[in-house]
Design a protein around this ligand. Structure first.
Ligand SMILES: Nc1ncnc2c1ncn2[C@@H]1O[C@H](COP(=O)(O)OP(=O)(O)OP(=O)(O)O)[C@@H](O)[C@H]1O
Ligand SMILES: N[C@@H](CCO)C(=O)O
Length: 293
């Protein structure tokens, strides 16, 4: 069985903990019954011994598998990771979503996407990465009565994501602790209005509105000041054709959107100015989690 899950970019500026979309970097895992437990790891995280010895995917998979099955079986797990770890591209959501989905699939139990999403919520309390990881596309999501309420929309082929991935990881858990405990009425109103405008811009495909609507007062400046070069990445992106440029999730990746015809120029400008960072041009993913039996 093979399962793949896309990387995701959450917040999109003002939509803290509620907006997110999926891009075409993917983590894949192939799982086969085996005489004994074994793991192989390629791509992102391959040099990280913790991912072999104490792998979050395997522990979540085992929890679900043991609950669903009465059998004692061993598996071989082959991971092919494209999603950089702890860079704000939803690496943990990809692991959570794929581990739950594969435990059901290997037992031959159908799992609806909505149910998968709500099971994933137990591991990640904010829904802005897990929703696009499951559904693909652009998503607005909130949690009410322990359930994710969301609206999803496909992204068009006329746009690309251009991402700048710094070499320093940022842990989401630690980064959330650096945010203020309280916000002023002005900052709160600023974010409500910008997040609403941004959502309307995505839903109505009014791409020229993105640069106004994607501004934020709630989290980016607090997080980016720990890596001040990110302000320069953002400025360079906006000067070179980006329709919007925002901190991806809790960082450290900077995520930009550009028209197809502007994407190459934007990628080259970012590569020239930040040669020590990785720059990728990606399509958007409209499929979300995908299982092949
Ligand atoms: N491919 C993977 N295999 C196993 N564990 C992983 C993998 N990718 C991420 N993880 C786990 O998830 C942690 C990173 O989660 P964290 O929420 O800090 O970052 P993120 O999900 O990449 O960022 P964000 O939530 O801002 O998008 C890693 O330290 C590791 O424990
Ligand atoms: N909304 C989350 C996304 C990262 O998981 C945050 O900004 O902390």
């Amino acid at each position: 069985m093979r399962i793949s899950v896309p990387a995701t970019s959450a917040n999109l500026g003002p939509g803290f903990d509620c907006l997110g979309l999926a891009v075409s970097l993917k983590n894949q895992v192939v799982i086969r019954p085996s005489k004994f437990h074994s793991v192989s790891l390629k791509g992102e995280g391959a040099n990280n011994p913790a991912l072999k010895d104490n792998n979050m995917f395997i522990s979540i998979f085992n929890d679900f598998y043991h609950n669903l099955s009465n059998k004692k079986r061993f598996f071989r797990f082959e991971f092919f990771n494209e999603i950089p770890l702890s860079r704000g591209l939803g690496s943990s959501s990809a692991v959570i979503v794929s581990a739950i989905a594969s435990a059901y699939a290997i037992e031959g139990i159908e799992l609806e996407r909505d149910k998968l999403l709500n099971l994933a919520l137990a591991y990640e309390s904010h829904p802005d990465n897990i929703t696009p990881a499951v559904m693909g596309g652009f998503n607005v999501a909130t949690v009410q009565d322990n359930e994710v309420k969301y609206i999803n929309k496909h992204m068009p082929r006329s746009l690309k994501a251009v991402i700048v991935v710094p070499n320093r990881p940022i842990s989401t858990q630690l980064s959330r602790k650096t945010l203020p405990f309280k916000y002023s009425k002005e900052d709160t109103v600023f974010n409500i209005s910008h997040s609403s405008l941004l959502t309307a811009a995505f839903m109505s495909e009014n791409w020229e509105m993105l640069k106004y609507a994607s501004q934020d007062m709630v989290h980016q400046k607090y997080r980016m000041k720990h890596m001040p070069e990110l302000f320069d990445v953002q400025k360079t992106a906006l000067k070179n054709g980006a329709l919007m440029s925002t901190l991806s999730g809790s960082g450290s990746t900077l995520f930009s959107i550009a028209y197809n015809q502007e994407a190459n120029k934007l990628e080259q400008a970012l590569k020239a100015k930040f040669p020590h960072f990785r720059v990728f041009t990606l399509d958007f993913d409209n499929q979300g989690v995908k299982i092949e039996i």
